[in-house]
Ligand binder design. Structure first.
Ligand SMILES: [Zn+2]
Length: 265
């Protein structure tokens, strides 16, 4: 097994509060195309306008019509989201949380795959495509439960306008999400970066904050990124390859093999 995975396993079982930060690289192996770079949706369809939120505010009905009948890169995105299933790396991470090794997952992804794999403590910085959110009070509900017979749909709690929970360009990160991220990052004495170059703010600030408070940064990804230099350890490999190996290495150390029914021996 990879030496660096052994070192990471030693660190993770020693640290008190490990937070995972995941990004687009984690979802690629589940069939979700990245936005930028080779094979990216925006590479193919062009960069989307950067004033999405302003356009939602000025024309929520138009926003909803586009959401209900997506075109261009949105159509392609929703197709791949609907078909995606969590890979082994997601299950390994969920299992590490159940074992108490990983305390929280902060993700830049909107696909909900961490939840589907069984992770319980997840903060989705950019929202979740299966949910809608009230822009007034922040109430969320399943998108399938939202009544779209009259547009724009209204919040069941405060009658504010609903939008997709997915954070669009120009939209502030929802308050509760921002707060949850700050709390987790403050607590973290180790951050595991999976499939993210932590290039886009606010996520870009998280590893830097953890490092500044003396925490350990571990990066996992197929190639070096902008954050590699700041990391204490970089493990080269994809999430689907590396996380299950890491899980095995940790189980070996805690000497309690996990049974298929989820109980320790
Ligand atoms: Zn509301």
């Amino acid at each position: 097994m990879n030496d660096s995975i052994e070192r990471v396993a030693d660190i993770l079982i020693r640290q008190h509060y490990v937070v995972c930060l995941s990004g687009a690289g984690m979802s690629v192996e589940s069939g979700i195309r990245p936005f930028r770079g080779p094979g990216g949706l925006w590479t193919e369809f062009g960069e989307p306008p950067l004033d999405d939120y302003r356009r939602f505010v000025s024309d929520p009905v138009g926003y909803w019509r586009n959401l209900l009948q997506p075109q261009g890169h949105y159509l392609e995105l929703y197709k791949t989201l609907a078909e995606a299933v969590p890979h082994q790396g997601y299950f390994a991470l969920a299992e590490l949380e159940r074992q108490g090794v990983v305390k929280h997952v902060i993700t830049q992804n909107i696909d909900g795959l961490h939840h589907r794999a069984g992770s319980k403590h997840v903060t989705e910085i950019h929202g979740n495509y299966t949910l809608c959110r009230c822009v007034e009070c922040g109430t969320r509900c399943e998108r399938s439960q939202v009544d779209v017979s009259t547009l724009p749909p209204r919040c069941p709690v405060c009658a504010g306008i609903m939008k997709s929970d997915v954070v669009v360009f120009g939209e502030p990160i929802p308050e509760d999400v921002g707060r949850a991220c700050s709390e987790q990052v403050d607590l973290a004495d180790c951050m595991l970066l999976v499939g993210t170059s932590a290039y886009v703010y606010p996520a870009a600030g998280f590893p830097r904050h953890v490092s500044a408070q003396g925490g350990i940064l571990i990066e996992m990804g197929p190639q070096p990124t902008e954050i590699t230099e700041l990391c204490d350890i970089s493990v080269q490999g994809t999430a689907a390859e590396v996380l299950p190996q890491l899980y095995d290495a940790i189980v070996e150390r805690v000497k309690e093999p996990i049974q298929p029914d989820g109980t320790a021996e």
